[in-house]
Design a protein. Structure first.
Length: 509
């Protein structure tokens, strides 16, 4: 759903590397050039609200997503122009001092040069959802021939234009009150200390199967829940000055709501090792080939779905334990003075914490590494104990579905099974057309598809007749990491290739 988030890891690491290079005296001669690179890298974080607005239709528009993105973009700008005009015309009526400069505690910002209320990413998400719903409902609406020029994108844009008028009035009426509440929430969460950190981190992991974890971390990492602009942009903008100060980091940045990535770096690789050691001897070579890449990917990039969804589908207890241990680890790190932007993987931590903070905050870096490695040991022994104690069907222990289902190849299905006859081997990884064709066949063919959309890692399909859907095992054999079904709605968990598969899926329809 929040496909725009996929842009942040690269630019986050890039900004961190540029700032670290800027601290090297030997590179002082290219400091101006580094400044040019950094200014360009900040484009993504500067325009997060726009990116979130257009990211919604990219994932959720069920038809003509490119046109949905176009109309959402212009409508979001229109929405902010309405807010600007309303507050410029009647500032007293809405008790907003619109003469203030944007930024700081003014509650104002600029979006594409438009002075408007600072709704952070929430404004973009709201307009994105509204316009995607309008697009899905009215894009194919047939008008009389004499109004044919207003069909399609024009009709969606027209409806969106008039919907934005009352929405803008409503926002300027209630958002200043919400802003006051956010300020109070920031104060509460900071004062909640370790309890708040534990609850946040636990829920951020535990809610992954539902997709609601986006709504847990989004307001913190990219929104104003605890600091203006979001934890990630704020940390990237200030970690250089933090690194040059001898004041304890926790005093400079008393926020522990972005430590959830530590479970990816220290926890999941140890859990993968436990699964390897508990696999049957004859399966260990195969499991090493599956688990090692998944563990390295989780530790370096923070992409954890192959491991976490293995827990969810074959041993949910392990997933709950993972959330518990991850929250406990983050809380102990926070109590030890560790803070920063650690929501991703090891690359983020190395470039924006370990390297820059080692000079003046070496003790904090060592505390971070020490607690992390201690929890690696805890993860390993706890997972190994639980797997053996309860005979959990983790990879390599004999259950036909207990695998890491991330391979690009799958077995040719028996012709006797109705939904399996069209299948062919996927071949090399990246054969998105064949993957799409296979999933379409497993879903009962194109006549059985009602709507299709996707989020960052899942292909979301609503079907007409769920009785035509193939078995979960067949989806897993076809390379999916899992399947979530609710009545006629199916989510095929594919991973980061989902957009490529979705594009080919649309062509087949």
């Amino acid at each position: 759903m929040f496909v725009s988030v996929m842009l942040f890891p690269f630019v986050g690491v890039l900004i961190a590397i540029i700032q670290v290079l800027g601290m090297v005296d030997a590179l002082a001669g290219i400091s101006d050039f580094l400044g040019v690179l950094e200014s360009g890298a900040w484009a993504v974080f500067t325009h997060m609200s726009i990116l979130f607005a257009i990211g919604i239709p990219i994932s959720l528009a069920t038809k003509a997503p490119a046109r949905a993105v176009l109309v959402t973009f212009i409508t979001f700008l229109t929405f902010n122009y309405f807010i600007n005009a309303i507050l410029s015309t009647w500032p007293e009526a809405f008790r907003v001092d619109f003469t203030q400069e944007p930024g700081g505690v003014s509650g104002l910002t600029t979006i594409a040069g438009i002075k408007t209320l600072d709704m952070s990413i929430l404004g973009g998400i709201m307009v994105g959802f509204i316009m995607t719903a309008i697009h899905n409902r009215f894009y194919d609406k047939k008008l009389p021939d004499y109004l044919g020029v207003f069909q399609g994108v024009s009709l969606v844009a027209a409806i969106g234009f008039f919907v934005m008028v009352p929405l803008a009035f409503l926002v300027v009426l209630i958002w200043p009150v919400i802003q006051s509440g956010i300020i109070s929430l920031q104060d509460f969460l900071i004062k909640a200390g370790p309890v708040g950190v534990w609850l946040y981190t636990f829920l951020e992991r535990l809610l992954i199967p539902t997709g609601l974890h986006h709504f847990v971390y989004g307001p913190f990492i990219f929104g104003p829940a605890v600091v203006e602009g979001g934890i990630q942009p704020y940390w990237l903008a200030h970690f250089k000055e933090f690194s040059q100060s001898t004041t304890p980091l926790k005093e400079l940045f008393p926020v522990g709501f972005s430590l959830h990535g530590n479970s990816k770096v220290f926890g999941l690789p140890a859990a993968a090792l436990a699964m390897y050691h508990t696999a049957k001897p004859e399966n260990k070579a195969k499991m090493a080939g599956l688990l090692l890449p998944a563990a390295i990917t989780a530790a370096l990039t923070g992409i954890t779905e192959p491991l976490e969804f293995t827990f969810i589908f074959v041993a949910p207890l392990l997933f709950v334990v993972h959330a518990f241990l991850g929250a406990t680890m983050s809380t102990l790190m926070y109590l030890g003075g560790v803070v920063g932007n650690m929501g991703g993987g090891g690359m983020d931590i190395i470039t924006s914490f370990w390297i820059p903070m080692s000079k003046n905050h070496l003790n904090t870096v060592l505390i971070h590494i020490g607690i992390g490695l201690s929890f690696s040991v805890i993860y390993y022994f706890v997972f190994k104990f639980l797997i053996l104690k309860y005979d959990l069907p983790t990879p390599g222990r004999g259950d036909s579905e207990a695998k890491l289902y991330k391979k690009a190849d799958y077995k040719e299905r028996e012709a006797s099974k109705q939904t399996q006859t069209p299948h062919k081997e996927l071949g090399k990884k990246g054969d998105f057309t064949q993957q799409a064709a296979t999933y379409l066949a497993l879903l009962g063919g194109k006549e059985n598809i009602e709507t299709v959309s996707n989020c960052m890692t899942r292909l979301r399909v609503k079907v007409k007749d769920k009785n035509l859907i193939s078995s979960k095992e067949n989806f897993l054999d076809a390379g999916a990491s899992g399947v979530v079904a609710k009545e006629e709605s199916y989510q095929i968990i594919i991973g980061l290739d989902v957009q490529n598969v979705r594009d080919e899926f649309d062509k087949l329809l």
